[in-house]
Design a protein around this ligand. Structure first.
Ligand SMILES: Cc1cc2nc3c(=O)[nH]c(=O)nc-3n(C[C@H](O)[C@H](O)[C@H](O)COP(=O)(O)OP(=O)(O)OC[C@H]3O[C@@H](n4cnc5c(N)ncnc54)[C@H](O)[C@@H]3O)c2cc1C
Length: 385
C-alpha cells in the first residue's frame, strides 16, 4: 500500500512546515513541479496554524515582510479577514462579471475531465485522485470554466470546493471571484504559452487555449461560449460527493449520545489539533449536518477529517446544530471557534467565549477590499517574529 500524500496528523504538518525552504520556494513556486509546501489541507483543518508555520520556517531561515512564502500566507489571512467582515457576503459580486450570461451548472465534459484541453483534463484528474491542486492549476481551471465555457464562478467554486482536501470557503470563493473578475473588475486569462512555461511537457498548442490574450479577452467579454465536448460512451470519473460522512466505526448520531464526563474538548473539522489535555478531559468530535447539506465533501476529504478525529476523540457525533446542542448540554466544553456557517453557531451556543484560531497578522477593524490595501496596512507593523 502506498503512503497517503496527506496523512492527517499534526506531526506531518510540522514536518511539512519545517521542510519549507523560502528561497527555493520563491524561485520555483509558479511551476507545477515547484517546491510548494502542500500545507493547505493542514491549515484549513487546523492541524497547524499560520503563526506555527512561520515559527517552523523562522527556526531555520531568515524571513520577513519581503519573503515570498510569507506574502502567500498573507493571501490566506487576507481572505479570512474579508470573510470575518462579510460572512455569507463573500458570495456577492462587488463588480459585474465580464459577460452577460453564464450557465449555472458544470458541463459534463469538464467534470469528466474530457474537455480535450490537455492541461485542464490532466489537472482535474489529479484533483480527483489526490484532493490537491497547485495554485496555477486552480487558476487555469477556474479561468477556463468561467471565461471560455461561460459557467458561473459560483457553480465552479462549489464543484472545486467539494473535491479539495483544503477546501476553504474564504480562499476558494474569493479566488474564484478574483479569476472571474467580479472581485477586482479584471478577469484572469491564460493561454497555451503560459501553460508551456509553468507545466512544460503538457502541450496545449492547437487547442482552444492557444490564442492571443487579446482574442481571449474579447471572448471573455462577449457572450459566445465554447460548446461541451461529446462524452458519448466515456466512463464517468467524478468521485461522488456526499453530505453524509461515510460509514465509520467511531461515528454515532447525536440523538443517541449520553455524556459520561462532566467536561470535554470539542473538536470540529476546522480544529483537528487539540491542545495538551489532562487524562480526565476527553475529546468529543462533532459533524454538523446542516453545514454539509450545503457543502458536501468527497469521500477522501471525509476520510482526512474522520481519520484525524478518530485518533483524538472518544466519540464523534453527527447531528444538526439543535441536536448537537441538546446532546452536549451540561458538559463543560472548550473549543476553537470557526467562521464556517452552522459550526460557528453551534460553537457560539456551546462555548460562547471560544477564541478564533490565532492569526500571524493583524485583522484590520475596517474591511480592506484589496489585498494591496490589506498588506500595506499590516506591514506597517514590526514583523511578528
Ligand atoms: C480558484 C482557486 C481556488 C482556491 N481554493 C483554495 C481553497 O479552497 N483552500 C486553500 O487553502 N487555498 C485555495 N486557493 C489558494 C491556493 O491555490 C492554495 O492555498 C495553494 O495552492 C495550496 O497549496 P500549498 O499549501 O502547497 O501552497 P504554498 O504555495 O506552499 O503556500 C503556502 C500557504 O500559503 C497560502 N496560500 C498560498 N497561495 C495562496 C493564495 N493564492 N490564496 C490564499 N492562500 C494562499 C496557503 O495557506 C498555502 O497553504 C485557491 C486558489 C485559486 C486560484
Amino acid at each position: 500500500m502506498t503512503a497517503p500524500l496527506f496523512p492527517p496528523t499534526h506531526s506531518e504538518a510540522l514536518a511539512k512546515a519545517a521542510a519549507v525552504d523560502p528561497e527555493r520556494y520563491a524561485r520555483t513556486r509558479n511551476a507545477l513541479t515547484g517546491d510548494v509546501s502542500y500545507l493547505s489541507p493542514y491549515l484549513t483543518h487546523g492541524l497547524i496554524d499560520v503563526p506555527s508555520v512561520l515559527q517552523q520556517v523562522a527556526a531555520k531561515h531568515r524571513i520577513g515582510w519581503d519573503t515570498k512564502f510569507v506574502f502567500e500566507l498573507g493571501w490566506r489571512e487576507y481572505f479570512s479577514h474579508v470573510w470575518s467582515h462579510l460572512n455569507e457576503g463573500i458570495w456577492n459580486e462587488p463588480h459585474d462579471p465580464p459577460a452577460q450570461r453564464y450557465a449555472e451548472t458544470m458541463p459534463a465534459d469538464i467534470v469528466n475531465a474530457t474537455t480535450g484541453v490537455p492541461i485542464i483534463d490532466q489537472q482535474i484528474r489529479a484533483l480527483y485522485s489526490t484532493g490537491y491542486l497547485h495554485n496555477h492549476a486552480r487558476m487555469w481551471i477556474a479561468s477556463y470554466v468561467v471565461h471560455l465555457r461561460k459557467v458561473s464562478w459560483r457553480a465552479g467554486a462549489r464543484w472545486m470546493y467539494a473535491h479539495l482536501l483544503d477546501g476553504d470557503l474564504a480562499s476558494n470563493t474569493l479566488s474564484w471571484q478574483w479569476v472571474a473578475g467580479t472581485w477586482t473588475g479584471k478577469p484572469y486569462l491564460f493561454n497555451a504559452e503560459n501553460v508551456a512555461r509553468y507545466a512544460p511537457g503538457v502541450d496545449c498548442r492547437n487547442t482552444l487555449i492557444d490564442q492571443s490574450y487579446e482574442a481571449l479577452g474579447a471572448f471573455a467579454y462577449g457572450n459566445d461560449f465554447v460548446k461541451a465536448a461529446r462524452i458519448d460512451g466515456a466512463q464517468m470519473i467524478e468521485p461522488t460527493v456526499s453530505a453524509e460522512p461515510p460509514k465509520h466505526p467511531a461515528i454515532q448520531r447525536a440523538t443517541e449520545f449520553q455524556a459520561t464526563s462532566p467536561r470535554a474538548w470539542l473538536m470540529h473539522p476546522w480544529a483537528l489539533h487539540p491542545p495538551q489535555l489532562d487524562a480526565q478531559t476527553p475529546v468529543i468530535g462533532v459533524i454538523n449536518s446542516e453545514f454539509h447539506a450545503r457543502y458536501p465533501w468527497s469521500e477522501q476529504r471525509w476520510r482526512f477529517v474522520l481519520d484525524a478525529m478518530e485518533i483524538a476523540c472518544s466519540h464523534i457525533l453527527v447531528g444538526t446544530t439543535d441536536e448537537l446542542t441538546r446532546a452536549l448540554k451540561g458538559v463543560a466544553l472548550h473549543a476553537t471557534q470557526t467562521l464556517n456557517p452552522h459550526y460557528d453557531d453551534l460553537i457560539a451556543r456551546l462555548v460562547p467565549l471560544a477564541p478564533l484560531p490565532p492569526r500571524a497578522f493583524k485583522n484590520p477593524n475596517l474591511l480592506k477590499r484589496s489585498f494591496t490595501s490589506f498588506w500595506n496596512h499590516i506591514n506597517r507593523e514590526a514583523f511578528p517574529l
